[in-house]
Design a protein around this ligand. Structure first.
Ligand code: HEC
Ligand code: HEC
Ligand code: HEC
Ligand code: HEC
Length: 244
């Protein structure tokens, strides 16, 4: 009896905040995931609109449509156990995809705060910000979060990415030599802050999208993850980069 009374309420709130995440399986594409904003609210936009636009984009890179966060992101400790400095980056100018994720996930900008759709700026779209566990880097404080915008010691050597170079202990500790072959997405920085997809010797790094696929195309488990949330083998998300 209790289940019958509470289930509709749970469903109501799930649908209000995260449209239909309960209906999509990992790898099945964006439709029905927590990132499917099409058809919700007063104005029914398309499935890409909350993140991308063909014209009037905030940045050419990724044709980004969502208003960027103006926070500067930092960690509380100066360096990792690998002797590597934690990075800093600005939400409205860093070119890695992490800044795009944080435009919603730092909780400073409303989910529906986008620049362009149907020939103008739509108003009244999903006028709430992310809260609780869905927030990462509140006010720019990334303390307690796995490093991102950070070099990956690919090839067993120190790489430089986003102005940060892997420390010596990071190079010698256990890493997968080819995480991309395990389904991980790596990025490279040309030294001028231009970031593109794919590893390149000496200039490879990781972003939010090294672990998550926002489109749920390559995702293999819950939370849009590129690896499994549990386990020990190389299906497990942590073991796709760390070889421990
Ligand atoms: C919740 C935000 C979000 C939504 C919704 C979204 N994308 Fe993306 N998209 C991103 C982010 C972030 C990246 C960067 C991913 C990366 O670099 O790993 C991206 C990358 C891309 C890329 C370039 C890299 C690639 O994966 O091919 C294309 C093309 C793309 N999106 C198309 C689309 C289309 C088409 C839709 C709608 C069907 C869509 N996206 C919906 C956030 C989104
Ligand atoms: C346009 C705003 C927006 C952008 C941009 C965005 N997200 Fe989200 N994301 C959301 C919302 C809204 C939810 C659902 C929140 C809830 O359930 O309360 C969500 C949920 C998630 C979840 C949980 C998924 C689940 O199934 O529970 C993950 C993981 C996630 N986002 C990662 C990312 C990553 C990584 C990026 C960048 C590649 C990104 N998001 C970009 C709005 C966004
Ligand atoms: C090193 C891999 C990795 C990176 C990088 C990463 N995540 Fe995650 N993320 C995970 C894992 C694993 C989970 C599941 C955590 C759990 O057990 O609840 C998760 C969960 C989430 C969730 C769901 C809520 C939660 O905390 O459980 C959101 C939202 C999210 N990540 C957003 C992001 C954003 C935004 C970024 C970039 C700033 C990011 N992630 C970078 C691995 C990663
Ligand atoms: C996409 C590759 C990748 C994945 C997947 C990944 N990591 Fe990492 N991890 C890194 C990189 C790169 C660093 C920083 C290396 C350095 O310090 O030079 C790092 C650093 C760390 C550190 C050291 C942090 C510190 O401050 O000393 C820990 C602990 C860690 N990761 C745990 C995890 C866990 C747990 C998971 C699974 C949820 C995970 N990692 C998944 C790439 C990854």
């Amino acid at each position: 009896m209790k289940t019958k009374l509470t289930l509709p309420l749970v469903l109501f709130f799930s649908i209000a905040l995260a449209p239909a995440s309960i209906f999509a399986l990992p790898g099945d594409g964006i439709s029905g995931t927590a990132h499917d904003f099409a058809g919700i609210g007063a104005v029914a936009t398309g499935a890409c609109t909350f993140c991308h636009t063909p014209h009037q984009a905030q940045t050419t890179a990724l044709l980004w449509n969502h208003t960027l966060s103006t926070n500067n992101f930092t960690w509380d400790d100066p360096s990792t156990t690998g002797g590597t400095d934690y990075p800093t980056f600005a939400g409205d100018s860093y070119k890695g995809p992490t800044a795009k994720c944080l435009s919603c996930h730092d909780g400073s900008v409303a989910v529906g705060d986008i620049g362009w759709w149907n020939g103008g700026t739509p108003v009244g779209l999903l006028n709430f910000s992310l809260t609780g566990a869905m927030q990462t880097g509140v006010g720019g404080d990334m303390s307690g979060n796995h490093p991102v915008a950070m070099p990956y010691p690919i090839g067993g050597t120190a790489n430089t990415y986003n102005g940060v170079t892997n420390g010596a202990p990071a190079v010698t500790s256990g890493w997968q030599s080819d995480p991309e072959s395990l389904g991980i997405r790596l990025f490279n920085d040309d030294g001028s802050g231009n970031i593109s997809a794919g590893s390149q010797s000496g200039q490879t790094g990781i972003e939010c999208t090294s672990c998550h696929d926002p489109h749920n195309n390559a995702a293999v488990d819950v939370f849009l993850l590129l690896g499994t949330i549990g386990g020990t083998g190389t299906d497990y998300i942590c073991s796709k980069c760390h070889n421990k």
